[in-house]
Design a protein around this ligand. Sequence first.
Ligand SMILES: [Zn+2]
Length: 338
Amino acid sequence: MSCLMVERCGATSFDSPDQNALCVRMLGNARVRGQAGLLSERRGSYPVIDFRLLNTTAHSGEIGTRKRVKRLLSFQRYFHASRLLRGIVPQTCLHLLDEDYLGQARHMLSKVGRWNFDIFLFDRLTNGNSLVTLLCHLFNLHGLIHHFQLDMVKLHRFLVMIQEDYHSQNPYHNAVHAADVTQAMHCYLKEPKLARFLTPLDIMLGLTAAAAHDVDHPGVNQPFLIKTKHHLASLYQNISVLENHHWRSTVGMLRESGLLAHLPVDMIQDIEQQLGSLILATDISRQNEFLTRMKTHLDNRDLSLEDADHKHFILQILQHLQFLLPQRRHESLFCETR
Ligand SMILES: [Zn+2]
């Protein structure tokens, strides 16, 4: 226990014994006798701290504890550095959940294919990690990890990057919304009439696009970005500004995580292009375009899911259907309780 306390002090890297003494007082609410002495008194349940160890660390500079602390912090620094340009401060949550909560989350996942899945409850049970937990489960459930020989560490890194790039202060366009849309996408993909035509690639594209479709959303819409001459608006020439940004960000994180690095180059390019097409399909201003094409297909009775273009069009429609999600969930809830 005393080692643990010493490491914490090491992380704050005090330069002088006086500062170290102050640190010990703050930690242990104790009275310190002399610079190199032992703690003489302590109150409450605080552990005994060997003050000589602190002094050794302070005088010997980088020896031992500070280096170990640096190594422990390296992942966080890595994530932080990669997002520094976008000005995003990673939100770290230190609350650990006990097995009861995780058990309930696991139980909820056994019913992940239901329309009445409560994503807000799931987010609480997973301690705000609903998107990562859900995606890991769905990738496994659909056999994508095995099929694409995905590295679990890289997959987890990619999903954490996506989740962290959502702005938690957004009341709507946050990671819970992304998890909600992804869970709905899973419900659509398992519809028997569609499911038998889907390849593992279709499923991976559908789930990934759903998870990342609003990533790094600033919480304001395209007209606002255009009127305020935001750099994203000029970068994408006022066309599908946000959607282009979501797509480019997703591709950046895919490459940064190295998740697909083991696949052939032409396959990676195809995945990135198709992800773009699906994420751009979430642009609400394109609604008439999709409705008109769908109506034409229905009038001509020529929609065939064996045709790759038609199947991709249906995946685009599914991405677009998130705008009907609250209504769809309400109706499904009604159906399932009858
Ligand atoms: Zn959305």
